[in-house]
Design a binder for this molecule. Structure first.
Ligand code: AMP
Ligand code: MG
Length: 348
């Protein structure tokens, strides 16, 4: 299949009448899959009501069928069509954070969506993206749009249209190129089916921001379980992974440099993931500054592109600095540790 690429300037060209967005919306109505930018990462959209359309997402990505998808909507009416009820707390969250990088897990109405979207759960994850192109396409399609990140399963999520093309060219009907995404990490997933909401995945909206609006918020236990043994190859669960093995190092710059030197002595090409503050301090084969440690949002927005850069640079092994586990840093460390298969080395 030939993958079409439509270039759209998100600041000037997002009226529904623009032919590129209309064409993307028409393909969605015809049950094709189309990638488009959101404020988090590029999404791979399909008609959430159609088994045929949703199956194409799983096929293009190679995604396991038991991993449910987030449904993207453009207005409040669409939410009411999908879920059984909207509790007061959820109403507050919506008013404050939508459109935005917050996904809400709610009880779904039956027989509205393809069962493939929700992996046969009784709940559905819904989000209203804060991006003019995404909103215009969803609105023009008139459909709820299931949209996971537009990458091959297991690879870093795409924050540029070129990342989408690198993974999915020839496998999807089209890509709307709207330039770089904003946040750069996926949405926060919040389960709102119990009295106290539970963060299932940290993301663009921080725990602190949520707590300001709705009081107590729990974190899924699976997220805080520490697995800080330096190396546990048998237990490796990778996701967002670059090709070369990645290890997160909690330690001084000198300690990281020592690790690099040991690998180089063995003839390895070594990469370092650091920040603009520290990049001049190291000597390694490939040094990538991923934003500024003083502005963690810049680390978030550049993280996936940085991971992909190590693939292009063909390194054998990557060491990454660790980031503060606060605010957006929680989502950064969650993704970085997944990319590392939880491999961490701590300086004694
Ligand atoms: P992705 O689309 O790749 O950004 O991932 C969507 C995330 O939302 C995955 O972690 C899913 O497991 C999660 N998710 C989607 N639907 C549900 C649901 N109904 N209940 C719990 N988690 C969900
Ligand atoms: Mg994903």
């Amino acid at each position: 299949m030939e993958t079409k690429i439509w270039s759209v300037d998100k600041n000037n060209e997002v009226e529904h009448s623009y032919p590129q967005l209309q064409e993307a919306a028409r393909l969605l109505r015809e049950n094709e899959v189309v990638a488009f930018p959101t404020e988090t990462v590029y999404g791979l959209g399909a008609n959430a009501r159609s088994d045929e359309a949703v199956a194409k997402i799983f096929q293009a990505k190679g995604r396991p069928s038991d991993n449910p998808l987030i449904v993207h909507i453009a207005n409040r009416n669409q939410l009411e069509e999908l879920v059984k009820d909207i509790p007061n707390l959820v109403d507050k969250l919506i008013n404050h954070f939508w459109p935005g990088p917050l996904t809400l897990v709610l009880r779904k109405k039956d027989h509205i969506l393809s069962e493939k979207v929700t992996a046969e759960l009784s709940t559905v994850a819904v989000r209203m993206p804060d991006h003019p192109i995404a909103l215009a396409i969803i609105e023009a399609s008139g459909l709820p749009i299931a949209a996971p990140s537009a990458n091959t399963s297991g690879k870093p999520s795409p924050t540029l249209a070129s990342h989408v093309i690198a993974d999915l060219d020839g496998k999807i009907a089209g890509v709307v190129d709207g330039g770089p995404t904003g946040v750069g990490l996926e949405s926060t997933v919040l389960d709102c089916t119990e009295e106290i909401p539970v963060i299932l995945r940290p993301g663009g909206v921080t725990r602190e921001e949520l707590e300001e609006i709705c009081g107590q918020v729990h974190i899924d236990k699976a997220l805080v379980q520490e697995n800080e043994a330096p190396r546990s190859p048998g237990m490796k669960y990778t996701h967002y992974a670059p090709k070369a093995p990645l290890t997160v190092v909690k330690g001084s710059l000198g300690f990281i440099q020592e690790l690099v030197s040991i690998q180089q002595e063995q003839g390895k090409r070594v990469g370092i993931l650091t920040t603009i503050e520290h990049e001049a301090e190291y000597s390694a084969d490939v040094i990538v500054a991923c934003g500024s440690v003083d502005k963690l949002e810049t680390v978030a927005s550049q993280l996936y592109d940085t991971l992909r850069k190590f693939d292009e640079a063909a390194v054998d092994i990557i060491y990454s600095e660790a980031f503060p586990d606060k605010g957006i840093g929680q989502a950064i460390m969650n993704r970085l540790l997944k990319a590392a298969g939880q491999q961490v080395i701590i300086e004694e």
